[in-house]
Design a protein around this ligand. Structure first.
Ligand code: SAM
Ligand code: SF4
Length: 331
């Protein structure tokens, strides 16, 4: 039987579901969280069984890829158990996780054993003191050893996400690009989006994709674009001319890719979002706990997807930030 095709009103095919499994985190990154976040009540968090059920229904209507995120997904107890459950879903083509890497030293192997094969690890600086400033936790060495452990265990290539911010870490772009040549890691430079928890974002703090590329080229590293940033991966991918290493750039602010966006999201408290910047959500937790059958939940998801927003509108004069910051949406 052909796989079902899920489309929104604009004809975009939706294949990608990001599932946040907790809003809690062991870091307090300045671009994501306030210093003292208000956590969701524990009883509101979906259980593993509820998450697996929504994932299974989503796959049955056409979702092909799932990324587990948060908050910090490894901060949720027994996360390998959930990975094991999700990796068994028939019809799911791709399962991945985004993590800050703090607990990878201990968890990389159990996650691999549970069936995870793709990892994105966030790292915004290679300097210990700056790490403390950005993540508001003294953990550079631990994250680094987590990355090495993940590499050792067999995750390849590991994608390393760097959020580039003016006056914070912009001067490290070239060093990060070089990491893509000395390690089996793909470096992905991400433009700073207005999803921070403390009003830090401003247009001036965004380092645009073009400037990131110019910095790398001016350092003598010739690049060749190998993919446009369409469909299943929002990153524009560049290879180094000499064939060693690869980088990606996610230019959500300077070159939005909403017209090809294929993503939807489930928050840890069971709300379905069709855009990072949505102002409305579709509550699913009540359906799960109120006895709704799978067909009803599938219909609710399909209907919400049909109304997916045309775009995030960050560059429109009337743009308004969503109420949730990144950690409580699921990046
Ligand atoms: N805690 C995990 C981590 O940090 O990798 C997963 C959740 S985090 C919200 C997911 C991704 O969103 C990370 O790569 C993080 O750097 C990115 N992110 C968070 N806030 C952002 C912002 N305001 N702009 C751009 N990227 C952001
Ligand atoms: Fe935590 Fe990830 Fe947000 Fe940093 S970006 S505060 S690690 S959820």
């Amino acid at each position: 039987m052909d796989a079902p095709v899920l489309r929104d009103f604009y004809g975009r095919r939706i294949r990608n579901l990001r599932i946040s499994i907790t809003d809690r985190c062991n870091f307090r990154c300045i671009y994501c969280m306030p210093k003292d976040p208000q956590w969701m009540p524990r009883e509101d968090l979906l259980t593993f069984e509820e998450i697996e059920r929504v994932a299974r229904i989503a796959v049955s209507i056409g979702i092909e890829k799932i990324r587990v995120t948060g908050g910090e997904p490894t901060a949720r107890r027994d996360v390998p158990v959930l990975i094991d459950m999700l990796s068994r879903l028939r019809g799911l083509h791709d399962l991945s996780m985004t993590t800050n890497g703090l607990l990878l030293k201990e968890l990389a192997r159990p996650l691999w054993k549970a069936g995870l094969r793709r990892l994105n690890v966030s790292l915004d600086t290679l300097r210990e003191e700056k790490f403390v400033h950005i993540a508001r936790r003294d953990a550079f060495r631990k994250v680094w050893s987590g990355l090495e452990e993940a590499q050792q265990v067999g995750f390849a290539p590991i994608k390393v996400n760097m959020v580039v911010m003016r006056a914070y870490n912009e001067e490290e772009v070239v060093e990060f690009a070089k990491l893509a040549r000395t390690r089996p890691w793909h470096i992905r430079f991400i433009e700073f989006m207005p999803l921070d928890g403390e009003g830090l974002w401003s247009r001036e703090k965004v380092v645009p994709a073009q400037e990131i590329l110019d910095r790398i080229r001016e350092a003598g590293l010739a690049l060749r674009q190998v993919s446009q940033g369409r469909l299943t991966d929002p990153a524009r991918i560049f290879a180094f001319e000499d064939g060693v290493g690869e980088i990606g750039i996610i230019a959500s602010v300077s070159e939005p890719f909403c017209f090809v966006c294929d993503r939807v999201r489930l928050t840890a408290d069971g709300n379905f979002r069709t855009c990072l910047f949505s102002h409305t959500e579709t509550p699913i937790r009540g359906l799960l706990r109120g006895g709704a059958d799978d067909a009803t939940i599938a219909r609710v998801l399909v209907e919400a997807i049909r109304k997916k927003e045309a775009g995030h509108g960050i560059n429109d004069p009337e743009f308004v930030k969503p109420k949730r910051a990144m950690y409580s949406i699921g990046g």
